[in-house]
Design a binder for this molecule. Structure first.
Ligand code: PGA
Length: 250
């Protein structure tokens, strides 16, 4: 089976204004000077910057994704954005089921699976997030939680092209804490097994990103773990030097 091309995706969350378009340009310029065949790179800005970044003249191979979408194509859903609108902005992907949306907006596995299907309908790649809370880890429930989230939020029809899985332990997000290399290896290995049993060859080549306080100082170590095929980077993606350093660590 061909090697899996890693993906480093930056999640800007609710950060960034027009003054940060220059940060995107700096990331694009740095990334496009590297061998872009080695790793894919993507920035997921807030919706207010989506069209500006996705159509930026210097974007080159740097992809742009959204952070959420509604299930419907159009309609009476004040404040929501459909996958088709994301495609219309020239973005190519969308994060669904981030733990902050699961927590802040009560998003269920069922809804996240519907969002993934809706994103495929619009031709987007879905980055589907899963991960346990600190309490669940302490209770020894990490693998079962990850398994039920994966089974519940990744619909049939997932392929290595239309889907990326992001394992993000909730307790490691924005806290400076990262899972140990052993813990990451265990969870990613479990996710791989589940993906292979559900999706066969597609599951074997689907990317599994690690997320949660990935930074310059730990990226190389985390990216070297078996079945880690890239990273979903929050805080460190806001600084071009850090994000480019993480990309270089692949
Ligand atoms: P962090 O966020 O890198 O700031 O921990 C990761 C994420 O939530 O995607």
């Amino acid at each position: 089976m061909a090697a899996i091309k890693p993906l480093i995706a930056g999640n800007w969350k609710m950060n960034g204004s027009r003054s940060n378009i220059s940060d995107f340009a700096a990331i694009a310029s740095g990334y496009n000077k590297t061998d872009t065949g080695k790793a894919d790179a993507m920035i997921c800005p807030p919706f207010t910057l989506l069209a500006a970044l996705a159509n930026h003249p210097d974007a080159g191979a740097l992809a742009v994704g959204a952070q959420d979408c509604h299930v419907a194509q159009t309609g009476a859903h004040t404040g929501d954005i459909s996958p088709e609108m994301i495609t219309d902005c020239s973005a190519s992907a969308v994060i669904v089921g981030h733990s902050e949306r699961r927590a802040d907006h009560g998003e269920s596995n069922e809804l996240i699976a519907q969002k993934a299907q809706a994103s495929w309908r619009a031709g987007l790649m879905a980055i589907i997030c899963i991960g346990e809370t600190e309490q669940q880890r302490q209770n020894g429930d990490t693998l079962s939680v990850v398994e039920s989230q994966l089974t519940g939020s990744v619909p049939q029809g997932a392929t290595a092209k239309n889907t990326v899985i992001a394992y993000e332990p909730v307790w490691a997000i924005g806290t400076g804490l990262t899972a140990s290399v052993e813990d990451v290896a265990e969870v990613h290995g479990h996710i791989r097994q589940l993906l292979v049993s559900s999706f066969g060859d597609e599951g074997a080549s689907m990317r599994i990103l690690y997320g949660g306080s990935v930074k310059l100082g730990n990226a190389a170590q985390l990216m070297a773990v078996d079945n880690v095929n890239g990273a979903l980077v929050g805080g460190a993606s806001l600084k071009p030097v850090d994000f480019l350093g993480i990309l270089a660590a692949i």
